[in-house]
Structure formats: structure tokens, C-alpha cells
Design a protein around this ligand. Sequence first.
Ligand code: ADP
Ligand code: ASP
Ligand code: MG
Length: 814
Amino acid sequence: MKVLKFGGSSVASSENINKVINIVKESSYKSNVAVVVSALGGVTDLLLKAGELACKADESYKEQFNLIEKRHLNVVRELIPVNAQSSILGEVKKKLNKLETTLEGVFLINELSNKTSDKLVSFGELLSSYIISEAMIHNSLDAVLKNSQELVVTNEDFSNASVLFKPTNQNIANYFAENNHKIVMLPGFVATTEKGEQSTLGRGGSDYTAAIIAAATNSSILEIWTDVSGMYTANPKFVREAFPIKDISYQEAMELSHFGAKVLYPPTIHPVLAKQIPICIKNTFDAKAEGTLITKISSNTNPIKGISHIENMALLTLEGSGMVGIPGFSKRLFGALSDKKISVSLITQASSEHSICIAIDNKDVALAENTINNEFNFELDRQVIDPLVIEENNAIIALVGDHMKSHQGISGKMFSTLGKNNVNIRAIAQGASEKNISAVIAHKDIKKALNVLHAEFFENQTKQLNLFVVGVGNVGGKLIEQIKQQQAYLIENLKLQIRVIGVTNSRKMFFNEDGIDLDSYKNQLENGEDLNLDLFHKKVTALNYRNSIFVDNTASADISELYADYLKESVSVVTCNKIACSSSFSNYKHLKSLSRGYNAPFLFETNVGAGLPIIDTLKNLIASGDKVTKIQAVLSGSLNFVFNNFNEENSFYNVVEQAGVEGYTEPDPRIDLSGVDVARKILILARESGNKLDLEDIENNSFLPKASLEADLVPEFMETLKTEAAHFEAIYKKAAANNCRLKFVAEYNNGAANVGLQEIPSDHPFYNLDGSDNIVLFFTERYPVQPLIIKGAGAGADVTASGLFADIIRIGNN
Ligand code: ADP
Ligand code: ASP
Ligand code: MG
């Protein structure tokens, strides 16, 4: 015989139940089957909710009842042929009436004991098994219904009763010995006490019912049919890359389910383990998928089989000198907790025995606190034990595998992976069997922790970078184009998967948690929600993706003020916006130290020389012990364009206008022409060389006449370029007479910096600088005479975007 168990989602609707019937039919061709079913998906929760409301004298329990009633009646109408419906509807209504009466009773006396609660929830399985057995009979299957309450006997721990195996096994053996139907349909979860009261086996307990029947009948296999294709390497709802484990040992499956892999109710393994009956976990919605086979010894030698987690955990720490060397301390603690049926999921004790740390379910905190305070009343009074420290909202995350003990370094890898990703670990425990290593982390970090550990232990080491891109104008638009074009190459060659998760322009924002389709991001953005930078930040932090990068493609001061908020959440920042790095020295330092403290790179290569590797080169020089003594540079593509094109035929006004049209200047050309932009750049280079400088410390020798400097608005300013034409011509003529070209030069020399227009003679490296190119000469202790030169295109959306892209890849390669 085989035992097949179908969970709540497998029997949630008539459509799903038809799938179940087909699976059972197929199976029953080969052998007899016992079919155990859960309540229709969600019905147990509805029953509990109805009970809770009725108990609070809240009439709305009736709404819950109506929902329950409607779902069952609908399923009957959809599954059973019309001419056969009335007697079945009659029977279902009879059961529902009983349920209604029970709820009314709770409503009237305002009391809901575990015993009554068990009566209530049992209706779920009793109804589902009845309806499905009738549907099978009407599908011409040789099926019969047997109420498990007549077979499974338990103690009186209502809501989570323990099975009394002797009478239970006897009942089951007797029943099946007599049975002559191919298919026996049984409700899961429900049972009866020796006194004949209804009891249940705990939430998720239908799996257990099936295992008990499989063991008592010496079945050949126990099949657990659910909504996923097996036991996965991690909960597939949290880790997209998780995959079904082909085969696994009983012990490993038990550890995984104990640590939260809900796909199998933990006690399920015990009865079948003793008889060595294999368990197969299968998907009702993809019956062909192989699933997971659970047996005594698995052929899978991977030291780690899976990662699981338990939510809603509280960490309790008891500390104090009164604990040292006192035998029986732990015994008293665990004895007291166990008397109150509080289960402890994790224990760590410092080797000094000075403190002990346990993890329990959040819901047990108040009771545990009371219990511990009572037990250690004497010690607490004398202050030899400190008051109990309670931290709620934690989770346990566990790596599981039989072969872990023979592999060194797994825990090291686990903790360094969590550490690198800024997941704070509150406590650690390694099971004595060494089949699991578990750690307590904050609830908010669950998804990130599962994903980084999964990537480290199960994935092909492809690193995912998750981008949040602010600004998709000139530069941002090009960046997205470049990412789109390179995505496949980066996965193939650098094992980097770059996903754009969020994007904004100045009006709208749009997110896709799986990565935005870059072919249609413009449309999606237009249809996105209105831009709200606070909400944007909230969304980025709520997603809490590993390797999150905030990319600023704007020139906005408001955006630059947000960097600290992102870095503090361990979100890296990549920016072409110069404002933050050229703001006050203290802010610049603060951002750098946040970046270090939160392990989140803050990269701004494009602040100087667009895509040219200037800052990165400088960083490498400093890191390798060199010292910068002098920097000479032409750092303004815009000013270079202007002075390369300005001559007798082409007036200064015309050239500046043309530069604007061709996109070489900022929208406000004064930022370029005043020298402020260049001053910011040399400031950043000076700071990166290790100097404490502020923008006011940079000497700015402006070539603009007084009228231009004093112009308030852009049109007024442009006008002065015409009225002051003679001023500019004079500068040009003087340089030409000296056989020199005009270049706007930035200089840093031993702690001081200045910017200004200079006449450059023909033998100088700056003389032949074309178009909008930039050049930087680094004089250092290692390059004292012949400087290290970096030269090339220093402006333009394309090269700036590729500089940002290079910073993003740097984070990926980190
Ligand atoms: P059923 O109603 O069929 O008993 P459950 O909801 O109890 O189904 O269990 C199946 C669910 O278990 C999956 O949908 C999944 O969300 C969750 N789950 C948690 N961890 C794992 C895991 N490691 N592998 C598979 N599923 C898991
Ligand atoms: N219906 C019960 C529950 O939801 C038992 C089960 O489905 O296994 O917990
Ligand atoms: Mg289940």
C-alpha cells in the first residue's frame, strides 16, 4: 500500500481537487492507496479566526463562518454532478450547522479552551475529506471514507496532542486488514483522546497523520503532495534561485523541518524512520517533477543540503556571576521552561558559564519571562544574576547537512558571508550532532541572509548587483543602454548579474523586484508612481537586497544629501554628482567613514575626468605607499572646448553658445566659466591625496570680467560675453603674441590649490590638448620628474556613463 497526503493548497478549490483525483486514480492502478487530506487551503485559519472573534463576543465571527460555508458549498456544486448533489449538500450543511452551533456556544460563554478550539478546527478536515471522497466515488473510483478520529488516539494536550501509538497502530492495522476498497480517504490532523474527546496533532499535522498510517500499515512509500516540487535548498518563496533537493536523509530532512522548512511537519519523520519507509515530496501542480526523496542514507554528498529559517524568535539572555560553576543551573532553567511547555529552539552558553542565551518563539516571551523570574527569584533578589534581557523580532537561520562535520571551514564561511553583507549575528549554535549550524539574526535581515548564504553554498557564484538608478537623462539613459548591452557578457565572463531594480526621473519612479526590463523601462517609468525620495529610500531598505547600489546620475544637491542615509543601510553609492565630495570636508569625511563602517563602497570616479581612471589611479598610488607632491591638470572639457575654438573669427560669445548647444557645458554655463566646476574637481583630487581642504581654500583666478561675474541670471550673463568682447579678445591676443595657447589649469602643490587660465607654451604637454579632452599630471615621490599622465576624453554623456559603469563593476569585483 501507498499513503498519499495532499495539503491545503492541493485541495483549495474544485480545480485543484480534480488534479488530486487524477493523481490518486493513476496511483491506485498500481496499488491500494490511503489518501490523507488537509482542510481546504486557508480554512483552518478561518476557523481559528471565527473562534477567536466569537470568544471576544464579536459578531463578525459570522462573516468568517459564512466564508467557510460558501467555500464548501461551492466546491460541492462544482465537483459533484447536479443529480447527486442534494444528499451531499445536505450532509455538508449538517456538519456546517454543527460548526455554527459550536461557534454560537463560544460566542455566548466567551470562552475558547484548547479543547473547544480542537473541536472547531476539526471541521476543516472532516468536511474536506467527506467532500473529496464523494467526488472520487462520483468519478467511479473505488473509494471509501474513514474518519481518522476513529483511528488516531492521543493524550489530552489539546491543540498539540501526542499520539498514543499502541492503540493507534492497533486501530489502523485492524481497519486496513478488513478494508476491501482500493482507496481509503482519511482526514489529516484530527484525532480523539482516550476519553473520546476530539483532539488535533498541531498545525501542519496532516503530514503526521499520513506518516502514522504509512508506518502502521507498513506502506511502501509515503508521498507528501504539496504546492512546491520538493524540499528546496531554501524556502523558494524567499530565495528565487533555490532548487529542489533530489534526495536527502531522514536526519537532514528532520533538521531542515525543525528549523522552519514548513514543507514537512517536523514529527512526520519519526514513525516512518523506524520502519525505513521512504518519503517522497511531490508537487500537485507539476506531478511530473521528480520531487525530493527522503531515505536513510542519501547519495548526495554535498556537505550542506539546505538552509532554513524560523521567524518570530526572541532571544533571552541570562547573565551574572551567580551562574558560574553552579551545577544544575541549566537544568533548573530548562526544567522550568519545559514545565510550561515552552520550546527552546537554540541554546548557547559562554564557556565561562557567565551567560546563557536561548531562542524561543515570540509568543512565549511573557510566559518565559515570568517563569524564569520565578525560578531565579532568589538569585535575582541578591543581584547575582542580572535581570533577564529580552530581544524580540529575531529569526534563526540554519545550515543543515549530514556531512558538515567532516568539512572544515563551513561555519567560518557562513559567518564571513553574513558579516560581509552586514547581517549582524546575535548568537550562534552548532548542534551536537554537527548536522546544523544556526545563528540568530534580526528579522529584517532574513531574506538577505538566506540569499547570500544560498549564493555562497549553492549557486554558481554569480554575483548579483542590484541597482537603484536616480536620473535617466543624458548620462543615466546612456548608462542603462550600456548595462543592457553588457548584461550577457558580464554574466558569462565576470559572473556578475546586474539588475536595475528601481529607477527615477525628476517626476516618476518605478520598481520591479525581479529586475526592470531595460527595453521598456522608459514606458514603465512614465506609468510609474510619482517620485517621492523618502518612499524610494524606504523601498530600497525594505527590499534589503544584497549588493544594493544607489546610482546618482543627477547634478542635484538634494539627491547628494541622501547618500549618508543609503550608506547607513549598507547600500553602496556610485555617483557622477560632484556636490557631495566637494561639500564641507566634514561631510566628505563622514561619507567616507560611513562607507567603511557599513562596508558599502562610495565611488565617484566620474567626478573628475568623466570616464578616465583618475581617482582610481590616485587611490592605488596612495594605497601602495606613494605620496602626491603636485598635480597639474586641465579638468574642464567645457573650458577646453571653449578655448580651443575661440579665435579672431569666432567670438567668445559664439563659442560659449555653441558649447552649450553641443552639450559641453552645464545648463548654467557660469558653473563652468567661473571655474567653480574645476575648483571642485581639484578639491576632490587634493582630498583624495590625503589633504584637508575646503572649497574656500582653492584660489580661483577668474578670467571673467567684473560685469560677467556680477550677472544674476544666465541671459544677463550671456549678454555680458558680448558687451565685454574686447576683454576676451585681449586675453586671446596676448597669448597668441606669446605663441601660447589658453588652457584653464588646475594646480595642487604641497597642500595648496588654485585654478585659472594660463598661457601654455608649445613644448608643454597641455599645448596639444584637443576638443574636450582632459589631462592630469601626477607628480609623486615615485614620479618626481616625469609625472604619471592620464589623458583622454573628459566630458560627454557616453564616457561619463561608462565611468559610472566601471565603478559599478568595481563593486561587483570587490
Ligand atoms: P501543505 O499545505 O501542502 O502542507 P505547506 O504550506 O505546509 O503545504 O508547505 C509548503 C510550503 O513550505 C511551500 O509553499 C514553501 O513556502 C514552504 N517552505 C519552507 N521551506 C521550504 C523548503 N526548504 N522547501 C520547500 N518548501 C518550503
Ligand atoms: N489544516 C491543518 C493546518 O492548516 C493541518 C494541515 O494542513 O496539515 O494546520
Ligand atoms: Mg503542511
